[in-house]
Design a protein around this ligand. Structure first.
Ligand code: ZN
Length: 502
């Protein structure tokens, strides 16, 4: 095998996995048969393939285009080998998620896969806490040990490759994400927003009727499950409205027919929406199971950002730039689109909120945004400790609960320490995407005005300057090219502050 054949095989392997995932998770097939694909492509994830990627990575001059591509191939090779090693554990977990029932003290029985939805929808606080206590019992006996084993194995698998000194250094080397710098930024963000968060959280909890000293993570789920604005986001007008909004900036929402919207309700369809690029850019699916209300609109916009990114990627780019790279970039396009729901003028033009309710909606959105930002900052800081390996596995649950409780003001349970955890540092991608999205929004505003999303010159620019590039650049490189600025929390923070005062 040489690099050329590996690239070609890697692409057809990625396409096969994506197609299988699309068919299974959209309800067109009962299960995803991934093992046969791994078997058919054993050469793609072999020791030889890994050695080839390592050799190419070490043999190309740093800063060269060849080195950039080699880094992406090696990162992909490592991630795929880890995924394959974890597959039996993942399959066990999926089966357990399907079969486990949570028994509440009052006699109710709830399927485990539904329990967090029910917690969010339970308005009686006593019922909610009882449900969460029952859930925690099941997690402690069933899922927590499985996830802990998974994380231990993942860390060991990566460290055994011996590419850098430990898991964290390996991640930074392969992803191009400066983990230590990001952690420092997260610490500063938490410190800088502490007083603001304390004030706004206090107000919201008072209105919600939960004493501050008692607020739990299950209360947070219910608090953020707002329904009062749902009527302003009608389900039957969602697709047409958002297609029209794309057309106004001269972007075809289907990317010339390459994107297929799968928005129908269907048994077996996953409740969580996803975008599946089966061939990049020729065949992309946006899959969503409608639940109703503003959450659907946000989800649709988010997945549409991903879908357009894949659907408009340059067809002549190599596999690496179309399929691999820094996922902060695709997440930032998804967020650039879903953040239209925090844009007053967009809301007034495309939703039925109207002038009277837009202010209240924006203040609530800013409260939610600040909550998630603080939660993700704390999660990342906790994950760097967990992956760092200097703290014992037994000490992690209490540490997790303390860090997340301090950051959010909602009491977290130690038992969730290994479940509420993004493997392979996906949390870094979200955090950097958040930062990049704010930079892109500012750059678009400067070029095409505050309502850039209805400027007919903006769409073609977005397609050519952003989407076409795939993920050739990291988030930081992209921000430099487009705006001449580094990515940082500062613009996000300013935006949250101004919306809270709206
Ligand atoms: Zn996303």
């Amino acid at each position: 095998m040489n690099l050329e054949t590996l690239r070609a095989r890697a692409q057809s392997f990625s396409e096969a996995v994506a197609r299988e995932g699309y068919l299974a998770y959209s309800g067109h097939k009962p299960t995803a048969a991934l093992q046969p694909i791994y078997a058919a492509y054993a050469d793609v994830l072999s020791d030889d393939a890994l050695a080839l990627c390592v050799e190419d990575f070490r043999g190309t001059p740093p800063e060269s285009e060849a080195h950039r591509a080699a880094r992406m191939m090696l990162e992909w090779q490592v991630e795929s080998q880890v995924s394959r090693a974890m597959a039996p554990l993942d399959e066990r977990e999926i089966a357990l998620e399907h079969d486990t029932v949570v028994r509440v003290a009052d006699g109710r029985e709830v399927p485990y896969s539904r329990v967090s939805i029910d917690i969010a929808n339970t308005t009686d606080r006593g019922d909610r806490l009882a449900l969460d206590a029952a859930r925690a019992g099941v997690v402690a006996s069933t899922f927590a040990p499985l996830r802990r084993e998974r994380l231990q194995r993942e860390r060991d698998t990566v460290e055994r490759l011996d590419l850098a000194d430990g898991y964290n250094a390996t991640f930074s080397l392969l992803s191009g994400v400066p983990l230590a710098d990001l952690a420092t930024e997260c610490t500063a963000f938490l410190r800088e927003t502490d007083a603001m968060w304390s004030e706004v959280l206090g107000e919201r909890l008072r209105a919600f009727g939960v004493p501050r000293s008692e607020a739990t993570r299950s209360d947070a789920l219910a608090l953020f499950r707002v329904r009062e604005f749902d009527d302003a986001f009608p389900g039957d007008r969602m697709e047409e409205t958002i297609r029209r909004s794309c057309a106004e900036m001269r972007i075809d929402a289907t990317a010339g027919g390459r994107i297929t919207f799968d928005l129908a309700d269907r048994p077996g369809k996953r409740s969580r929406a996803f975008c599946s690029p089966v061939q990049v850019p020729q065949e992309v699916y946006l899959v969503l199971r409608p639940h109703g209300g503003q959450a659907d609109w946000g989800t649709f916009l988010h997945e549409l950002g991903h879908a357009l990114h894949f659907g408009y990627a340059r067809a002549d780019y190599p596999f690496e730039y179309r399929w691999l790279g820094d996922n902060s970039v695709t997440e930032s396009y998804a967020m650039l689109f879903d953040h239209r729901l925090m844009d007053r003028n967009w809301l007034l033009r495309y939703t039925e909120l109207g002038k009277t309710r837009t202010g209240a909606y924006l203040r609530f959105s800013a409260f939610e945004e600040l909550h998630y930002l603080r939660r993700y900052c704390a999660k990342l800081l906790y994950e760097t400790i967990a992956y760092g390996g200097e703290t014992s596995w037994d000490a992690l649950p209490d540490l997790y609960a303390t860090m997340l409780t301090d950051a959010t003001g909602f009491r977290y349970r130690p038992v969730d320490a290994f479940l509420d955890f993004d493997p392979r540092y996906y949390s870094t991608r979200y955090l950097r995407a958040w930062q990049l999205q704010a930079v892109l929004d500012a750059a678009l505003t400067e070029r095409f005005d505050v309502d850039w999303w209805r400027n007919p010159a903006a769409g073609p620019w977005i397609v050519e300057q952003l989407f076409a590039e795939g993920q050739r650049e990291t988030a930081a490189e992209l921000a430099q090219r487009v705006a001449g600025t580094p990515i940082a929390f500062a613009p996000l923070l300013r935006r949250v502050e101004s919306l809270l005062a709206a």
